[in-house]
Design a protein around this ligand. Structure first.
Ligand code: MN
Length: 509
């Protein structure tokens, strides 16, 4: 048995009746009933009734507030594969939209399993004489391919929820199969969840994979942080009360809670901080959710007035969102007992988006999951630019006519993107025409702000020269070097431009 409690349709109903119409509830119930009957004598490898699987997949999606079609398809996603029901039956009973989603999930599974997709990936990647960069590039194209082969992003969301439950119920599978699934999850699915901005699923997928792939490291880290986290939660709770009082006094309505960092992302951060836990200020962060953007900045002012901010730790992802659309203000302050804690400030809308990513856009549109809808949305809202979505639309056009995996692998997915490498082989994904300035800012704002020169494949080039795919870019920095106004014309990405502009502005003051 897995560690998850058995749930019933009631649990789903309690979630969805908060946001679906009665007729939509009817559709989801009908799908549940069909799934229940179809899987009635089946068991999961964990020994639980099979229906627990579609129930959990739907629950995850219901928590993301996805529409009735997605939830119905989630209930039906395994019945074409594993029961006598056909796609035509589903189409007859539920219509083309739901059948289309079920078909999409079934096809993705087919690529995954029948062609030995995962084995092919690792056969291709496993070649130890290949440099890391080419592996990374392959993985990137696989992630994109997975997205692009599903005509509707909701298919990918079902697949992510499906994978989440499978990862939560790995018991009963052979250790080899567990390892393979965990590796695929960590390298393909978690990054997709991240790119689509779905923070909750990304963190859980990573932690579940981490526990399988590096059990000793996982357990020791878990043990190591549990005491420290409890300690810091206590501090955050004290800070929470102080902030709440101060904000209320200023007439700002806020919800404040503590969030504990996921273990895998902590593990990665610790590797960057020489394993020094005391340097990880956001192990437990204090999250403030307010109504408006103005209140975000007001709250920041109120907090900085009360507690001294740690220098260089204020990050305004509202003015400069992360590439996946993430927005919030982060700051670290010396709060209770003068100990640093990270504070994250955002509006309700930003919070929703950080948790649910692309799923947050759904219920507002007629066209729903279509790439065209998302693309239009992305171009309308520059700030939240889901640049991946723009690219997806292009790849979809390119590959809809290809069925063969090998053919897919050879397609140049990247059109107007280039991939340049750090000397360590890390891939930096940039638009065509990008320069060393973009490269520098893509690595870190401080590297951009102190960029002095660049070597490409061992040769010095000028900062305004364009990079090409495959270039290995080595940067030199100097404390005294800083952004020049010309850089605004020489940088290609809006991200670099925003940071240059910001630096030039602060210089003037
Ligand atoms: Mn499934």
């Amino acid at each position: 048995m897995s560690n998850l409690p058995l749930i019933s349709f009631e649990t789903i109903l309690n979630e969805i009746k908060q946001y679906l119409k009665p007729s939509e509830l009817e559709t989801v119930s009908k799908a549940y009933e069909l799934a229940y009957i179809a899987h009635v004598n089946q068991e999961r490898k964990t020994g639980e009734p099979y229906i627990q699987h579609p129930l959990y997949v739907s629950l995850t999606l219901a928590k993301m507030r996805l529409d009735a079609d997605t939830l119905a398809a989630a209930f039906l996603h395994d019945i074409v594969e594993d029961t006598p029901n056909t796609l035509a039956d589903i189409k007859a009973k539920f219509g083309g939209h739901i059948a289309g989603l079920v078909d999409g999930v079934t096809k993705l599974d087919a690529i995954d399993q029948k062609t030995g997709f995962i084995n092919q990936i690792y056969a291709r990647l496993g070649l130890t004489d290949k440099p890391l960069s080419s592996q990374e590039r392959r993985l990137e194209s696989l992630r994109k391919m997975l997205l692009a082969t599903s005509k509707d992003i909701r298919v990918v969301l079902i697949k992510l929820a499906d994978r989440l439950h499978n990862m939560e119920t790995l018991i009963g599978m052979s250790p080899e199969k567990q390892q393979a699934l965990a590796l695929e999850t960590l390298e393909i699915y978690a990054p997709i969840a991240y790119r689509l901005g779905i923070g909750t699923i990304k963190g859980r997928l990573e932690d579940l994979s981490f526990a399988i792939l590096e059990p000793a490291k996982y357990l020791s880290l878990k043990k190591r942080v549990s005491h420290e986290a409890a300690n810091r939660e206590h501090q955050v709770e004290k800070a929470r009360r102080v902030i709440l009082t101060a904000l209320t006094k200023a007439g700002i309505k806020a919800e404040i809670h503590a969030r504990v960092k996921h273990l895998y992302s902590l593990h990665r951060k610790l590797m960057r901080y020489k394993n020094d836990l005391s340097k990880v200020y956001d192990l437990v962060a204090c999250r403030i959710v307010v109504d408006t953007v103005e209140e975000c900045y007001q709250a920041l002012g109120i907090i900085h007035k009360r507690w001294k901010p740690v220098e260089g730790r204020v990050k305004d992802y509202i003015a400069s969102p992360k590439p996946n659309g993430y927005r919030s203000i982060h700051t670290t302050v010396k709060a209770v007992e003068n100990r640093p804690i990270e504070i994250q400030i955002r509006t309700k809308e930003m919070h929703e988006q950080a948790e649910r990513g692309v799923a947050a856009h759904w219920q507002y549109s007629e066209e729903k999951g279509t790439i065209n809808y998302l693309r239009r949305r992305a171009s309308r809202a520059r700030q939240q630019d889901l640049s991946w979505v723009n690219e997806l639309a292009k790849w979809q056009r390119q590959i809809t006519n290809h069925k063969d995996l090998d053919a897919l692998m050879k397609i140049d997915f990247f059109g107007d993107r280039i991939f340049a490498y750090t000397p360590k082989g890390e891939v930096i994904d940039l638009p065509l025409g990008a320069t060393p300035i973009d490269f520098a800012y893509a690595i870190h704002s401080e590297i951009g702000n102190h960029l002095l020169g660049a070597r490409v494949n061992g040769k010095m080039i000028r900062l305004q020269d364009q990079l090409r795919s495959g270039d290995v870019v080595e940067l030199s920095v100097s404390k005294r070097s800083e952004p020049k106004p010309d850089w605004l014309n020489e940088a290609k990405t809006s991200y670099a431009k925003a940071l240059i502009r910001r630096h030039l502005r602060t210089k003037k003051q």
